[in-house]
Design a protein around this ligand. Structure first.
Ligand SMILES: Cc1cc2nc3c(=O)[nH]c(=O)nc-3n(C[C@H](O)[C@H](O)[C@H](O)COP(=O)(O)O)c2cc1C
Length: 376
């Protein structure tokens, strides 16, 4: 029996299997509103058999967007198009997650496939173009190149607004029907900026010691948990290591995981990196040891992510207790049917995970003598 395809329960939610689509910004929203692109992009992963589909970094305030094209959940009007997506994911047997995010000093950057801010006036109108001054723990630019803007340091009122806005967005996510909220505290975005000594040079109670640098994330977690229904799981995505000698380290993430657990977080999505100067040895499975460290020493279930996709290795990671879930981003773009495909590879010869309108694939496989059918 495949462990990867065994159900997993977090609080009142049971996932049909342990395959996850990692959050992926699409830069395709206008004024934060989801549209047909998001429905089809996310919907195809539910059709493809994933257990959990996590929606991209969704901004809790407009100035928290990485670009003007990010999804948002800072106003009630943004709920309805998201509910349409959630309802579709549910209709296909997948759970629906949403990553709530604030980009901090990495906000207001160009849409990645454009050459900087090269929009014509006509495009600016059509795309709902916006550009603004980002906020950060300290007034330090992320990197000296034309993509980033000098940020303003948040004062206490600004910090309070971040906390309240995370909670308000979580309430809206519940109304949209999401099963899981993931707090984005990774990849050098706002909450990660507060955690990391590379970006946080504050001298007040939000900077300095690790307790102070963790304070904002822990206050956000408490505020979200207070409004997020008790039967629904809450996740946090961490950059378990900054991959930088002066940055946040694995041991810090273990301490943080214990604090998050005490505040009602149910699992960690274990990623890494996000700051300039990091040296990242990206290779197959390279972040799995981070998931294992946080899982086994921090005491929470963990999601492994990053250059995963080999079926047998994915199965082994779950079977060995290196992680509890396997998340794919680019691998899911490449093969939105990854779960239904690898389920055969792992020796399951039924077609139960294929949605009914698609399972005539079975007839083709029988004719071709593949996926468990003998050649006649
Ligand atoms: C197009 C794209 C958009 C991404 N957007 C997000 C995002 O919104 N939030 C996030 O935490 N990570 C984001 N990531 C990172 C992925 O979730 C994932 O951690 C990373 O790509 C490594 O997994 P992979 O090797 O399976 O792609 C994005 C990655 C890609 C390729």
């Amino acid at each position: 029996m495949s462990k990867l395809f065994s159900p997993a329960t977090l609080r009142g939610l049971t996932l049909r299997n342990r395959t996850v689509v990692a959050p992926m910004c699409q830069y395709s929203a206008q004024d934060g509103f989801a549209n047909d692109w998001h429905l089809v992009h996310l919907g195809r992963f539910a059709i493809g058999g994933f257990g959990l589909v996590m929606q991209e970094a969704t901004a809790i305030v407009p100035e928290g967007r990485i670009s003007y094209g990010d999804l948002g959940l800072w106003k009630d009007e943004q709920i309805a198009p998201l509910k349409r997506i959630v309802d579709f994911l549910h209709s296909q047997g997948a759970a629906a997650g949403i990553q709530l995010a604030h980009a901090g000093r990495k906000a207001s950057t160009p849409v990645p496939w454009r050459k900087g801010f090269d929009e014509t006036d006509e495009e600016k109108l059509a795309l709902h173009f916006e550009r603004w001054t980002p906020v950060a723990p300290s007034a330090l630019i992320h990197a000296e190149n034309k993509e980033f803007t000098q940020p303003e340091a948040l004062d206490e009122a600004g910090i309070r607004n971040v906390i309240v806005s995370f909670a308000a967005a979580a309430r809206r996510a519940d109304r949209a029907g999401f099963d899981i909220v993931e707090i984005h505290a990774a990849h050098g975005y706002l909450l990660n900026q507060f955690l990391s000594p590379l970006a946080n040079k504050r001298t007040d109670r939000y900077g300095g010691s690790i307790e102070n640098r963790m304070r904002l994330l822990l206050e956000v977690t408490e505020a979200v948990r207070a409004v997020w229904p008790a039967e629904k799981p809450l996740l946090a995505r961490l950059s378990v290591s900054d991959w930088h000698p002066d940055g946040w380290q694995v041991e810090d993430s273990i301490v943080l995981t214990r604090e998050l657990k005490a505040r009602g977080v149910d699992a960690i999505d274990a990623s890494s990196g996000g700051f300039e100067g990091a040296v990242i040895p990206a290779a197959a499975d390279y972040q799995v040891p981070f998931a294992s460290a946080v899982r086994n020493e921090g005491g929470l279930p963990c999601m492994a992510v990053g250059l995963l996709g080999d079926a047998r290795r994915a199965e082994e990671i779950i079977a060995n207790g290196e992680a509890d879930f396997i998340a794919l981003a680019r691998g899911a773009l490449d093969d939105p049917n990854w779960p239904v495909h690898i389920r055969h590879e792992l020796g399951n010869h039924d077609y139960d995970l294929w949605p009914k309108p698609t399972n005539r694939v079975r007839e083709r496989d029988r004719s071709l003598g593949q996926r468990g059918f003998a050649t006649s």
